[in-house]
Design a protein. Structure first.
Length: 485
């Protein structure tokens, strides 16, 4: 059992269900309480609320083929709306503490790789197509079958890799580590802080937040993660009012001049489903490759997130399977469709949901809290985005440690599983991608099994997905061979 379950003081066994809400969400059955679910929902929201700022920043800073830019206010509304609706749908339909919002990485692909080739409406249409195809994979049972074909040890490695990845996200978001620009203005390995040392009041807030969070967890304090986020936000607001600080990053911990703001739904429904296929200068092969890239990234990012979060919540069965997996994956596919239809880019499951699990979430009830806060953000964005990354990021670092504890369940004496597990764990944070880590692990597993003469032990679906990953990693030379690079 991981330390996460111990740290949240999870009851040793399920208690008798109470009211209808308790029975519907199986709160008592899963050893949780309404209080834990509420705290978890709050923690999840505050660790992913940055997307309300970051998604409009990424999409709004790019121009499409015709020089058009998306309106940041409309993007904020679209981002909050999709996150609110799909998070609640996942909670009610999938009963997992798994929040959804516009996917980081995917939005960058849309902004800087797809939009320059076509109009924004055409680009968002591709996202809708990608989501529909993922739904087809779910309905046919292929997506669920792939997840069940993965060896248990690789699933554990995925969870551990995600733990390191999410901790790394926390360090990077807070500015504790940063990339070093060289003379050619490219990037090389990370360094401590922005100059090789830790400087500035925001960094102090982050470091104190990490110490507070781990201290509270060590003391088995209920609500440790949420207490840390709220406390450090207050500290950050006090520091900001007293010190001369140039920037906190995306969000400044200062009381806003305007608390309520009207949402602008102007981007909702502004997409062209098949416009990309008739876009001048863009071939069908290019469009197909773009859709393939989107599907593969979304497919395996979600797979890793669902497995990792469910494992930490103690919800996997004895065979390592996620409850109601087909339903969960269908909702995730529908979220991609909703994100494209709202011009918010593809929405997907968020690994930051692990912060809610660390706070005690075990059911979809916590999603009602997270989704409700995103709904409030439609009108209260200035108020709900005062939590700086330096106050929220410590939660990600702490959860990364808790997820890392699953590494002890991997058999490191068997190289046929240890090497793929190692690559899965290492590649995720080093390349800043869940998908890359899963792909490296799959390919290594297939190759090593073959070398050892055990190719027949590899499920045919792993052969197929590994072949797709080979295409994914070699996409540049393939595009050049096809004349579309």
């Amino acid at each position: 059992m991981s330390e996460l379950k111990k740290a949240t003081d999870r009851p040793s066994g399920p208690s008798a269900p109470g009211n209808g809400v308790d029975r519907f969400f199986r709160i008592s059955e899963r050893g949780s309480t309404v209080g834990q679910e509420i705290r978890g929902g709050l923690a999840t929201f505050f660790t992913m609320a940055y997307i309300l700022v970051l998604n409009p920043l990424i999409l709004g800073s790019a121009e499409d083929k015709y020089g058009h830019q998306l309106d940041p206010v409309q993007l904020t509304t679209a981002t909050a709306l999709v996150a609110a609706v799909m998070t609640v749908v996942m909670g009610v339909g999938g009963n997992l503490p798994l929040a959804l919002a516009a996917g980081l990485g995917l939005n960058a692909v849309v902004a800087f790789q797809i939009a320059p080739l076509m109009s924004w409406a055409d680009a968002m249409g591709l996202i809708v197509v990608e989501g529909l195809l993922i739904c087809v994979l779910v309905v046919t049972g292929l997506r669920e079958a792939v997840m069940h074909a993965i060896p248990q040890a690789l699933k554990q490695a995925i969870s551990v890799g995600i733990g390191l990845f999410i901790a790394f996200i926390g360090f990077v978001d807070a500015g504790f580590v940063s990339r070093i620009p060289d003379a050619a203005n490219t990037t090389v390995p990370v360094q401590l802080g922005g100059t090789g040392t830790l400087t500035g009041w925001p960094m102090l807030v982050f470091c104190l937040g990490v110490l507070l969070t781990v201290g509270l967890l060590a003391r088995r304090v209920k609500g440790a993660i949420l207490i840390s986020i709220v406390t450090m936000t207050v500290v950050a607001m006090v520091v900001d009012s007293l010190a001369d600080i140039k920037t906190w990053g995306l969000t400044t911990p200062a009381w806003p001049d305007q608390v309520v703001d009207s949402p602008d739904f102007g981007l909702i429904g502004d997409f062209d489903l098949f416009g990309a296929f008739s876009e001048p200068g863009v071939g069908v092969v290019t469009v197909v490759l773009l859709i393939f890239t989107l599907i593969l990234s979304d497919f395996f990012d979600t797979m890793g997130t669902v497995v990792g979060v469910s494992a930490e919540a103690g919800l996997l069965d004895e065979d390592g399977k996620v409850p109601h997996l087909g339903r969960v994956l269908l909702i995730d596919g529908a979220a991609a469709v909703a994100g494209g239809a709202a011009s918010a880019s593809s929405a997907t499951s968020y690994i930051e949901s692990a912060a809610g699990v660390g706070e005690g979430s075990r059911t979809g009830f916590s999603n009602l809290v997270t989704g409700g806060l995103f709904a409030l953000a439609l009108f209260l964005t200035p108020l709900l985005t005062i939590v700086p990354l330096q106050a929220a990021a410590p939660a990600l670092v702490a959860v990364g440690f808790l997820m890392m504890t699953q590494v002890k369940q991997i058999d490191w004496d068997r190289y046929e599983i240890a090497v793929p597990a190692f690559l899965t764990i290492a590649v995720m944070p080093f390349t800043y991608s869940i998908t890359n880590g899963i792909g490296a692990g799959f390919l290594a597993y297939v190759v090593i099994k073959t070398v050892l003469g055990k190719a027949k032990e590899v499920h045919w679906l792993l052969w197929g997905t590994s072949a797709l990953f080979l295409v994914y990693f070699a996409i540049d030379p393939i595009e050049q061979l096809l004349g579309v690079g």
